[in-house]
Design a protein around this ligand. Structure first.
Ligand code: FCX
Length: 435
């Protein structure tokens, strides 16, 4: 498999760099910690390493050094499509190299072999109450599949070797990214399509196949490709990526680790914000616009009502970004091209015109601009995926790409078990008094 060999080559190149940094420059300071950061969620403390993506507060995400438009432009496209295949992006995330079409085709064939989800996983999800949240189902499905972990089997085989362990993480990572769209589609069909059978098409790439599996037409194929790529990675400190990395640092296998990541993604301040955005927007329409067109005045009132009731405006603000999220912009450009007249898109655009001003006046958030979640739901809604409690599952399918690429590299570079130090409130008070 060319991809695995490319990852091996890259890891071999990187390992001496990591070893040298730790051995020769281990004591060089790169940050210091304030009490505010200690109490405030470790915001901005530089203490994680990843080479998969980097998030600049002003510019936004770069995947392997490339901005979103550069990434889309560089990678081989799906046949007849404006967007790259998810498979080509996976190759790129894992290696930092733009693959040839032949290398992409090899990943495509490999994923087809790996994509079968064991029947017992479906049975477990079927046994859950049908009104369980789909993220609970997804996390349960990934956790249940842990039985298949090649890394776990290797660990218990008695021949575990720290240097070779990454190969088993790589195998699990490839299995998970190939299987999670099937699992997600199964959940969608079970909950919203009367348990319709999965129509897997062996000729199609992942994004196109996902569209087929949930009963969508050809026009949804690029939506899926774009969505999964945009949601894949946002460096290492966000809750889903960090939880996945943290759990794996104890040598828990990739299934257990990503189930943890998904549980974090399910939170309303993180991935579930996409569901909250649609919920907020539709409630706004129902409450304020049943007899009249939305106006800037009505939106301003609704935003203040939300803030004054102590809630956050979903889809706005970010822990790192200080500008409009380029993932928002990318999806907005898609909407401007493919659904410019959609009433919900027009409303979301109007919210974009008003919300930053309201949030700035409110004066709390450090970033009044929209994030990825403010724009993603409207596209799904337009194409007929209207069950918005499913939107975080779509995020989880995309995020698997980043988290699994990161775990492969974590193990390849032999990152240590994570164990930050905690202190007590009295200690903080003592240091505060000492200045
Ligand atoms: N609406 C209202 N208040 C907001 C806000 C928003 N959209 N964003 C931040 N604030 C408030 C915070 O709640 C905090 O208030 P507090 O002092 O009373 O606790 C204050 O502003 C300072 O927060 P700030 O430093 O700007 O932001 P944080 O790093 O603490 O939090 C998130 C970042 C994303 C959690 C925050 O902006 C938020 O809650 N946004 C809405 C939910 C959302 O869209 N989440 C998705 C984010 C992301 F894209 C993803 O992970 O998917």
């Amino acid at each position: 498999m060319a991809l695995k060999e490319a990852v091996r080559r890259k890891l071999d190149e990187f390992r001496p760099r990591t070893t040298r940094l730790a051995k020769e420059y281990g004591k060089v300071k790169i940050d210091e910690v304030t009490i505010e950061q200690c109490i405030g969620g470790a915001r901005d403390i530089r203490c994680l390493v990843t080479d998969i993506s980097y998030l600049d507060p002003q510019e936004g995400i770069r995947f392997r050094g490339k901005t979103i438009p550069e990434t889309f432009a560089a990678l081989p496209k799906a046949p007849g499509s404006e967007y790259p295949t998810v498979e080509s992006f996976w190759y790129f995330l894992l290696t930092g190299e733009v693959p040839t079409q032949a290398q992409v085709d090899e990943v495509l064939v490999d994923w087809k072999k790996r994509q079968e989800v064991p029947g017992y996983v479906f049975d477990i999800i079927r046994a859950m109450p049908r009104d369980s949240h789909p993220m609970t189902m997804l996390s349960t499905g990934i956790g249940a599949m842990q039985r298949e972990s090649k890394f776990a089997a290797y660990y218990t085989s008695g021949s575990f070797n720290k240097l070779g362990a990454w190969e088993y993480v790589y195998e699990d990572a490839c299995d998970i990214v190939a299987r999670i769209p099937v699992l997600a589609a199964f959940i969608y069909n079970l909950k919203y399509r009367d348990d319709a059978p999965l129509a897997i098409d062996p000729a199609l790439d992942m994004g196109a196949n996902f569209a087929r599996m949930i009963g969508q037409g050809d026009e949804y194929m690029d939506v899926a490709r774009m969505y999964f790529i945009l949601h894949s990675d946002h460096e290492s400190g966000n809750v889903s990526a960090h939880a996945t990395h943290l759990v794996h640092s104890a040598l828990s296998d990739p299934y257990l680790s990503y189930a943890a990541g998904l549980n974090g993604l399910a939170g309303p301040l993180h991935g579930r914000a996409n569901q909250e955005v649609l919920d907020w927007t539709l409630k706004f329409q129902k409450k304020y616009c049943s007899n009249e067109e939305p106006t800037r005045e009505l939106i301003t009132k609704a935003l203040w009502d939300t803030l004054n009731s102590g809630q956050v405006i979903p889809g706005y603000g970010h822990a790192v970004l200080r500008k409009t999220d380029p993932r928002y912009t990318s999806q907005r450009e898609f909407c401007q091209k493919h659904l410019p007249g959609d009433p919900l898109f027009k409303l979301v655009s109007m919210i974009f015109e008003v919300a930053p001003g309201v949030l700035a006046e409110h004066g709390k958030t450090k970033n009044p601009w929209p994030n990825v979640d403010a724009q993603s739901g409207v596209i799904q809604w337009h194409y007929g995926v209207k069950e918005w409690d499913f939107y975080t599952v779509l995020f989880g399918v995309g995020r698997a790409l980043g988290c699994m690429a990161n775990l492969t590299w974590d193990r390849g570079l032999g990152y240590a078990i994570e164990r930050p130090k905690s202190v007590t409130t009295s200690m903080l008070e003592k240091w505060a008094a000492e200045g």
